[in-house]
Ligand binder design. Structure first.
Ligand code: HEC
Ligand code: HEC
Length: 286
């Protein structure tokens, strides 16, 4: 996972970076999704958007991929593409657009993504689908990392971490932190989490595979390594430690930075990565 340097930023600084008040004249005020935002403009108009308003991978699309695709499409997937890798996502951008947009509208014969009746599919919003569509239409640029969060107190950290938790972690660990039996371990009152802060930080940095026992229940699954920055990891873990009956610890970006410099000793060795390639099926629409 080369993208670990990315600072995603779910803080207020990012919220303001997303405000797009200039140049809105070139786009309709409302789209078919009903969302009044310049960046969600129709594909026919998006080409004329100022660069600052076209969706970018780092700022707009990667957070969606982390929350709604990474469980299946990650750097450990053997048969599926890893959308957390920009080059892979760029190379397959037309397929991505077809699956998250055209298939939902019945204009493309293959199943829509996120696949099936997965929790990701339930949680995917029209706004997120439009963002991905418009990102492809505007050239699928990489962009620059959003401004990192700037939490100045534990309370701010918890506040910003709660948003990141809701958009990324909650899908697997559930909004209540209770997890799902046999699939996702609980964070609520987790003996594993509360026993060792450094170990928790490393799980967020590197993901985790293999057998694990949490509150007496065995799990043997995989958490993908997500491209989160130091501030985001500090915020997410501080939120988790201060929610769900946990121990109330704070995690600072300095602690995350220190753990990043150490080796990943929390998990069984990662399997040799293979670039996942779904079998090629001819496309009758081309
Ligand atoms: C629950 C697991 C799951 C989730 C979540 C999921 N996918 Fe998939 N995806 C699959 C499977 C399985 C396939 C292969 C079967 C197929 O092609 O329909 C696939 C195939 C694809 C393909 C076709 C690749 C190609 O070129 O052949 C694209 C594009 C895709 N997914 C995009 C996405 C995007 C974008 C997201 C998130 C918004 C997502 N998927 C979320 C399971 C998932
Ligand atoms: C795609 C699903 C998924 C997502 C998203 C995810 N996790 Fe996990 N997480 C898991 C799985 C599965 C394990 C257990 C891995 C194993 O079996 O080794 C785990 C383990 C953990 C553990 C250690 C075990 C425990 O329950 O205390 C912590 C802490 C944790 N995750 C925190 C987070 C946080 C915080 C986020 C959001 C930034 C997050 N996870 C996002 C699936 C996920």
């Amino acid at each position: 996972m080369a993208a670990a340097l990315v600072v995603m930023g779910f803080g207020p600084a990012v919220a303001s970076a997303r405000d797009t008040s200039k140049g809105t004249a070139v786009v309709p005020a409302k789209l078919e999704t009903g969302i009044p935002a310049a960046r969600l403009a129709d594909t026919t108009k998006v080409a004329s958007l100022p660069d600052s308003q076209a969706p970018t991978y780092l700022r707009d699309v990667l957070p969606i991929f982390m929350g709604k695709c990474a469980r299946c499409h990650n750097d450990e997937s053997r048969f599926l593409y890893n959308w957390l890798d920009y080059k892979t996502a760029f190379g397959e951008r037309q397929q991505i657009k077809r699956r998250v947009w055209d298939s939902w509208k019945g204009q493309y014969y293959k199943q829509s993504m996120p696949a099936g009746n997965s929790p990701e599919c339930e949680a995917m919003t029209a706004e997120e689908r439009a963002t991905i569509k418009n990102w492809v239409a505007a050239g699928a640029t990489y962009g620059v990392p959003p401004v990192a969060s700037n939490a100045k107190s534990k309370a701010e950290r918890i506040e910003q971490g709660s948003r990141l938790f809701a958009s990324i972690c909650a899908l697997c660990h559930q909004p209540t932190g209770q997890g799902i039996p046999n699939q996702f371990p609980p964070l609520a009152g987790s003996d594993f989490l509360n026993a060792n802060k450094e170990r928790a930080i490393k799980i967020l940095l590197h993901g985790r595979q293999g057998a694990i026992t949490v509150n007496g229940h065995a799990f043997d699954s995989s958490m993908p390594s997500l491209p989160l920055g130091d501030e985001d990891i500090a915020n997410a873990l501080t939120y988790v430690y201060n929610s769900f009956g946990n121990s109330g610890k704070e995690v600072t970006p300095d602690e995350v930075r220190a753990a990043r410099a150490e080796k990943d000793d929390t998990t069984t060795p990662h399997e040799q990565k293979e670039v996942a390639k779904a079998p090629h099926v001819p496309n009758p629409y081309e």
